[in-house]
Design a protein around this ligand. Sequence first.
Ligand code: PTJ
Length: 264
Amino acid sequence: MTEIPRDHPRYESLSLRETITRCVELGITSRQGLIAHGRGEAIDYLIGEKTLPTALKAEDAAVATLLTAKNPVISVNGNTAALVPEETIELAELIGAKIEINLFHRTEERIARIKDHLERLGAEDVLGLEPDEKIPGLTSERAKVSKKGIFSADAVLVPLEDGDRCESLVRMGKIVIAIDINPFSRTSRMAQISIIDNVIRAMPNMIACAKVLTENAVPKKDLLAMIEAFDNRENLNETIKEIKRGLNEGRLEESTGYSKLSIW
Ligand code: PTJ
């Protein structure tokens, strides 16, 4: 690993690259995951590497949805396991969700390594190693799912997804919440709740929201009202407008890096 100097202006971004590269070496992240990460970095630059107010709205609606779901599941791939393993475990505990590993570039070995990685960090009952169901109409390896996990879930959180599975899950009648920094991706267009944010900021934001909602024992009817008040299409359009405004007004220069929980 390259030692990144702490005072480097791009310290956080470069450290994340080191983390994800190391996870490729450990057999957790796919090599293709590096390409996806680079694509994410580029779009995050345009967003200003900060959580947009519209993303925060989507994150709140997502947490309310997961808290009211009967069988919520967080789907984990190689990039999520590298970038936000602890946050995934903490969020799953807070919202009472199962964790299921589901890979596009699926190998048994990589699933076992991700499972081991998550379990070392405290996760229990991680699903995905022994799929016993298939998502109908999906030909990729991502179709292989667990009956008590993604297959029977009513709400699924899918960080860094490919559009095909997202579409199939929606067709199965599930509520799909996507975390994808790209507002133009098929996933962002297909999901019922599209969080246009970097997963490394989205997860801590969602954890903070889940803590507030659970510690204050917010009643179910108020959670349902939060969900009802959220309009994904409108929020996506507003996100694109915000990105355009940010670029026009030169707010890119304000970018300070990956400071978690910061908003414009
Ligand atoms: O581990 P596997 O085998 O399941 O593979 C995972 C990847 C991510 C390689 C696979 O799902 C894939 O190829 O995904 P795509 O089609 O490249 O889509 C990933 C999406 O996530 C793209 O729209 C990226 O812009 C976006 N993205 C990348 N990094 C981040 C991100 N979104 C949020 N946070 C990020 N850090």
